[in-house]
Design a protein around this ligand. Structure first.
Ligand code: ADP
Length: 395
């Protein structure tokens, strides 16, 4: 196994996108100047809402789309202009794209037969080795129609990895599976990718999937790269309001307010004292509109009479959603906006109850009201190292 804690700055770049642009006929700018580099063996997730350019980026890497501008390098060599089969990539799609009239064995072996002149026996050996890795040896003589969704996806993965690709591309590979199988396959793909040490780009619109599977994630919006970093770094230090609200479930609360007196945020009737760590940003934003970002896990709910030592906002509980080990409490503040608060265990109070939402001063993010950029973001993105194997998604 490669050492996944290797620092990005020293690890050898294996796949690189340089100022990639893809404009479709008709003027849709699907990918707008994206640059990324992956060290060998990394699993990078492209994540973002539908239509943000994830699949187009992947299809450009695969050679299924020709970029309008920019370059794609694998092992330092430009791939632009090369046919897909000349790129040493393997791709797995959401819909599996298996040949219905071929058995699993024939489906897995097909690519090998087309792209190599290996003797039949060697093809058979390799197919069986891959089938064993994926736990589908018993299914090799079956056709896709008699396989479950999860089994079909394993065959599709087998067909991709049997070719020992330099780069592995996965486009929403789990979207057609039910929730339980999706979680199981997510772990399997992660393990497989680590065992094979193959540089991988994985596309999903699901931020939970991205957070749990990626060594790093690249968050896209409207064809633009918003942030590139380890999942927990993007969670803890979102570069802008979009990443802040896209990453994390439930979403970060965003409170529109104005900075006053150089160190307060006026949220309705409450003058919220901005933390000293944000003093410089607050002073610079004095008199301007900003957005305060508060993760649902951060506030504490207090009864109206409870002592509070920190800043708090009066409000009323609208809805309580118990979800097992924690509850989501939706509170409407006296001046209007609604906040989601995640509390451990059972709901603390009933719907309709007056509460105060206490938000610790060091628990907020602050975003420019105009641009949405984090005012205190320490330019995490390109400084990110690799995630240690033992804590996928951690930092
Ligand atoms: P995602 O994978 O993030 O959902 P896509 O890469 O599929 O996004 O699409 C990005 C944008 O490009 C969207 O606006 C989409 O409508 C547009 N698009 C995708 N494929 C084509 C195409 N073949 N022709 C024209 N526009 C396209």
């Amino acid at each position: 196994m490669t050492d996944r804690s290797t620092d990005n700055t020293t690890a050898q770049t294996h796949l690189e996108l340089q100022n990639l642009v893809k404009e479709y006929p008709g003027g849709t700018m699907a990918v707008d100047d994206i640059s990324l580099s992956l060290p060998r063996g990394e699993l990078l997730v492209l994540v973002g809402p539908s239509g943000c350019g994830k699949s187009t980026t992947l299809r450009c890497i695969a050679g299924l789309e020709e970029p309008t501008a920019g370059d794609i390098l694998i092992g330092g060599e430009s791939m632009v202009g090369r046919r897909p089969e000349e790129r040493e990539i393997a791709m797995v799609f959401q819909n599996y794209a298996l040949y219905p009239h071929k058995t699993a064995r024939q489906n897995i072996g097909f690519g090998l037969r087309m792209t190599t002149d290996l003797p039949d026996e060697e093809v058979r050996n390799q197919v069986e080795r891959v089938a064993e890795t994926l736990g589908i040896t018993d299914l090799l003589e079956k056709k896709p129609g008699s396989l479950s969704g999860g089994q079909q996806q394993r065959v599709a993965l087998g067909r991709a990895i049997v070719r020992d690709p330099a780069v592995f591309l996965l486009d929403e590979p789990l979207s057609n599976l039910d929730a339980t199988l999706r979680t199981q396959m997510r772990t399997e793909i992660q393990q497989l990718q680590r065992d094979l040490e193959v540089t991988t780009v994985y596309v999903t619109h699901d931020q939970t999937e991205a957070m749990t599977i990626g060594d790093r994630i690249a968050v896209l919006r409207d064809g633009h790269l918003q942030q590139l970093g380890r999942p927990m770094a993007c969670y803890r230090e979102p570069a802008n309001r979009f990443v802040a609200s896209f990453i994390g479930e439930p979403s970060m609360n965003l409170l529109e307010c104005r900075v006053a007196a150089g160190d307060e945020a006026l949220v309705g009737p409450v003058a919220y004292p901005i933390d000293d760590t944000l003093a410089a940003a607050a002073a610079e934003a004095d008199g301007r509109d900003v957005t305060l970002g508060v993760r649902p896990e951060v506030p504490t709910l207090l009864g109206p009479e409870e002592d509070d030592s920190g800043p708090s906002f009066p409000g009323r509980i609208d809805v309580v959603e118990p979800v097992g080990e924690r509850s989501f409490v939706y509170v409407t503040l006296d001046d209007g906006p609604q906040l989601t608060v995640a509390v451990p265990g059972r709901p603390p109070a009933r719907e309709g109850t007056p509460v105060r939402v206490q938000i610790p001063r060091d628990g907020v993010h602050i975003f420019d009201g105009q641009t949405g950029e984090a005012l205190h973001h320490p330019a995490h993105s390109e400084l990110e190292g690799r995630v240690p194997t033992s804590t996928p998604g951690g930092d």
